[in-house]
Write a protein that binds this ligand. Structure first.
Ligand SMILES: [Zn+2]
Length: 222
């Protein structure tokens, strides 16, 4: 049977109380409920007393310890900067962690190999993406200096790693995306943009000061 997951909020609310014992749950303490707007219990009244915390970061351990545990308490803490709850780990039975650890030890070598293969495929895809993107840049800016399209593509690929654009059909590059990448490159490599910072000028001013230089080079490269 699939393990039942339950959320445990390290709450950001000030006025929560336990539906079972009635005690107040203060800011940052565990509130066990479907959401903070539902009724829920304090940690002491929850079924997680005696459970052990497994920190996040190891996908196989997370999955396997959950599978072996009767319940799984997903511990969530509020990230004020991102304005969202984030996983801090999960509470599972100690025995479940032990079973998971044994399973992971057993197939460690096989999982390492699988991860290695996946990394090689990713690197290959990155190279293909960069080559395709460079070609698209060259098509749109045929007069850009030799090999420069590759510099721009590599930089843009590093900067946007993990973005949606990389998983979409690599050959369908949005002209706007190309223009942005080329403009950023020109700004940094062909103007005195970077040298103007730290002299009391604001980014907006600096950008508008070099705008005509950037436009002239864009036209030249087109
Ligand atoms: Zn309680």
């Amino acid at each position: 049977m699939a393990t039942i997951s339950q959320n445990i909020f390290l709450t950001k609310k000030e006025k929560l109380s336990c539906k079972t014992c009635g005690r107040r749950i203060s800011l940052g303490k565990s509130f066990v409920a479907e959401s903070e707007d539902h009724k829920g219990t304090c940690f002491g009244c929850s079924p997680f007393v005696g459970y052990v915390m497994l920190p996040p970061g190891d996908a196989a351990m997370t999955r396997r310890s959950k599978k072996h545990s009767t319940l799984c308490g997903v511990v969530l803490a509020w990230n004020q900067r991102r304005k969202r709850y984030e996983r801090r780990g999960q509470l599972v039975e100690e025995e479940a962690i032990e079973k998971a650890r044994l399973e992971c030890e057993k197939d460690q070598a096989a999982r390492d190999l699988k991860n290695k293969k996946a990394a090689i495929i990713r690197a290959q895809k990155d190279r293909e993406y960069i080559a395709d993107f460079a070609m698209a840049i060259r098509e749109r800016y045929p007069n850009c200096p030799p090999k420069r399209e590759l510099d721009i593509a590599i930089h843009s690929c590093e900067k946007h790693s993990g973005r949606v654009g990389r998983t979409a059909d690599a050959k369908q590059f949005d002209p706007k995306m190309i223009d942005l990448a080329v403009t950023a490159h020109i700004r940094h490599k062909e103007t005195n943009y970077d040298a103007q910072f730290g002299k009391g000028k604001r980014k907006k001013e600096i950008r508008s000061d070099i705008q005509s230089d950037v436009s002239a080079i864009l036209r030249k490269w087109q």
